[in-house]
Design a protein around this ligand. Structure first.
Ligand code: HEC
Length: 225
């Protein structure tokens, strides 16, 4: 049996033999070589190379960034300087407004919105020399309180004024700033005319009197008149 006979089609005509098919195909294959060899390995190699370069240069950039933080937009940003701008000085109007707010929340029940107090019980702040006089005295009244017999513009009172400062033995623990604001307010309200009280002055008096733990008496404050 010849190969030709083997490949004879059912109809009897002769077909191509296995060898002739292979011969033709090998020629075709030879003319058009598999395209993938020359074109798949290069991009893979390049991809690896580029990735490696990006990786290595990122590490380099991170290690040589010269103090630049990638988390902030402005590398010269100074949190301290920014805080200082935020906490900038209040205007005199803002200080008075802040003092009024403090007065209305903490003093108004006794001394009244009019600053007239309550006859025989709570002394007036309007027109009182205690308020408009030496700041050394009124700061002490606010920080530690006042008790026992006192004379306010010729009228006698005998009550107890609570302590508002950060003092031993209780008090409302107000900041020096808040104390200075309320004092500045009462010194210019209801026709009173006296200079503002600074928070530095309040802080100074507080540190001078830091050993004190009780309310003042009028006699003790007379030297500060
Ligand atoms: C619980 C009531 C009460 C409150 C609240 C109070 N005071 Fe007084 N205050 C008094 C009494 C009572 C006196 C007189 C003390 C005495 O008789 O020894 C006084 C005295 C004073 C004096 C000196 C006397 C005068 O009339 O000038 C000043 C100043 C003063 N208070 C300011 C304030 C300020 C400011 C506040 C709010 C931060 C305040 N007081 C909150 C009851 C109070």
């Amino acid at each position: 049996m010849s190969a030709d006979q083997n490949n004879r089609l059912p109809g009897g005509e002769s077909g191509a033999s296995d060898e002739s098919i292979q011969r033709v195909h090998s020629q075709l294959l030879h003319e058009k070589p598999e395209p993938k060899e020359g074109y798949r390995t290069m991009p893979l190699f390049l991809l690896g190379l580029v990735s490696a370069m990006i990786f290595v240069t990122s590490i380099y950039v991170v290690q040589h960034r010269g103090g630049f933080s990638p988390l902030v937009y402005d590398e010269r940003f100074e949190p301290k300087a920014a805080g200082a701008t935020a906490a900038k000085e209040l205007t005199p109007e803002q200080i008075v407004a802040s003092g009024k707010k403090a007065y209305l929340s903490a003093c108004v029940n006794c001394h009244q919105a009019s600053g007239q107090g309550v006859a025989g019980v709570y002394p007036p702040l309007a027109g009182s020399a205690w308020v408009t006089g030496n700041e050394e005295r009124v700061i002490r009244v606010l920080l530690h309180g006042l008790s026992g017999p006192v004379d306010v513009e010729g009228t006698a009172y005998n009550g107890a004024m609570p302590a508002f400062g950060k003092v031993t033995g209780g008090g409302f623990n107000w900041s020096e700033e808040k104390v200075s604001h309320v004092l500045t307010y009462i010194r210019q309200e209801w026709g009173n005319k006296a200079a503002p009280v600074t928070k530095d002055k309040v802080a100074e008096v507080l540190s001078t009197e830091k050993a004190r733990a009780s309310a003042w008496t009028q006699a003790e404050l007379d030297p500060f008149k």
